[in-house]
Design a protein around this ligand. Structure first.
Ligand code: HEC
Length: 156
């Protein structure tokens, strides 16, 4: 019996220690805003490469690399970077996320879903489609960027 208690207490102590450690590791709002801004900067870079390549006359390999990267980011669960309260504060610079993102969650979810869908469709089309199809799907993808920015990103 004594041994049983010792074991349980030991297990409980371990549990507390590990929960404590987890609590300590919870990222600060500033860190979350930095990640969010970095993710979108990366997406911005990939879209820039795609635009240049489509203008130059469609280099599939270049477009495909960028499309795969955007799809991977879109599929990685960006919702985790929208922690309530992070519509205020500074990451690399002051956040431009509007509070409406949290008060109009249904709209935010709808736009986020269409972004994920169009990003995955774009990666598929980039691998096999002809230049016109790739261009047209890129238009659909960037339309979701614009929808989200119009609704939920502050203008300077
Ligand atoms: C679901 C909403 C949403 C979608 C979809 C979206 N963005 Fe954004 N984007 C944001 C928000 C919110 C910010 C502001 C982040 C902050 O300052 O915290 C942002 C910021 C940015 C920034 C500036 C990053 C910085 O340093 O502040 C770029 C560049 C950008 N987005 C590009 C894109 C591109 C390109 C796409 C589409 C391929 C896209 N975004 C799709 C919501 C979105």
């Amino acid at each position: 019996m004594q041994q049983y208690f010792r074991k349980t207490c030991g297990a409980l102590a371990l549990l507390c220690l590990s929960t404590g450690a987890l609590a300590q590791e919870a990222p600060k709002p500033e860190q979350i805003i930095k990640w969010r801004q970095s993710v979108y900067q990366t997406i911005g870079w990939e879209c820039g490469r795609i635009r240049i390549s489509l203008d130059k006359g469609f280099e599939r390999e270049e477009v495909k690399k960028a499309a795969d990267a955007i799809a991977a980011i879109a599929n990685s669960g960006l919702g985790a970077l929208y922690v309530p309260g992070t519509d205020k504060g500074k990451g690399w610079h002051d956040t431009t996320l509007k509070p409406e993102f949290f008060s109009n969650a249904a709209k935010a979810t709808e736009i986020a879903r269409s972004f994920v869908k169009e990003a995955n469709d774009f990666a598929r089309v980039a691998a096999t489609g002809d230049a016109a199809t790739v261009k047209s799907q890129f238009g659909k993808l960037t339309q979701t960027c614009k929808s989200c920015h119009d609704e939920f990103r502050k203008r300077d």
